[in-house]
Write a protein that binds this ligand. Structure first.
Ligand code: ATP
Length: 212
């Protein structure tokens, strides 16, 4: 079973890493692929290039068994749609392996506005974790009734098509807050790994003088 965590990762932080580990351990995933998106279709453009964001993800996951930075969106032209990413993963990994698209509740709440969103659940399961500041649940109506499961084993029985909610440690960390801290001259240490803090400082990202 493979988890997929897409994001802008502008920058990656412990609010991405800790929930990803908890989901990986709870569901027994062989791999979690962190996929930095090129051009996000649903939001403002990232503050730094996809190359920098991918480099920070690479540093953050280094040495963690099963955590991988997947560069497939780095070269893609045009908006990065999750459905295209999942299709390319299916082409690479085959039809049988269970794929789990991992989403925070804020991202899941917007799912029905995503490009070809119903196809997403034909390609992968959706694993939703709670996030501070987001509603405790989100109902997509009849569609949810048909897809939701409380049994994690269901995610192993089929390669795609189920929605599973998992409570994780609530860390009120966002990339936006980290960028603001740095812009004001404060250190983002302990919100994100030290290797990421050092990368930001070495490359002068997010502010005139990033503090370590
Ligand atoms: P920004 O503040 O720039 O909007 P972000 O911190 O929300 O960024 P993203 O890269 O946009 O980070 O998030 C990628 C995925 O990680 C999304 O599915 C999001 O819900 C989830 N996520 C981000 N931060 C947290 C957190 N603190 N707890 C749980 N999930 C999170």
């Amino acid at each position: 079973m493979i988890g997929i965590l897409g994001g802008t990762f502008d920058p990656i932080h412990f609010g991405h890493l800790r929930p990803a580990l908890e989901v990986q351990e709870h569901l027994g995933m062989d791999e979690v692929r962190f996929i930095p998106c090129g051009l996000p279709p649903h939001r403002r453009q990232p503050a730094v290039s996809v190359a920098h964001r991918a480099a920070m993800v690479e540093l953050a996951v280094q040495g963690q068994p099963g955590f991988v930075m997947d560069p497939r969106e780095l070269q893609r032209e045009g908006p990065s749609y999750s459905v295209d990413t999942l299709e390319s993963l299916r082409a690479e990994l085959g039809q049988e392996v269970p794929l789990c698209l991992m989403l925070g509740m804020d991202a899941f709440a917007g799912l029905s506005s995503w490009h070809r969103w119903r196809e997403i659940t034909r390609l992968a399961h959706v694993v939703v974790s709670h996030r501070p500041g987001s509603p405790a649940s989100h109902d997509l109506g009849d569609w949810m009734q048909d897809h939701c499961t409380l049994d994690p084993q269901d995610l192993r029985r089929t390669p795609a098509g189920r929605v599973f909610f998992l409570p994780v440690t609530q860390l009120d960390i966002s990339a936006t807050a980290i960028r603001r801290l740095i812009a004001r001259g404060y250190s983002p240490l302990y919100l994100t790994p030290r290797v990421v803090v050092d990368y930001i400082a070495d490359h002068g990202l997010y502010g005139p003088a990033a503090t370590r």
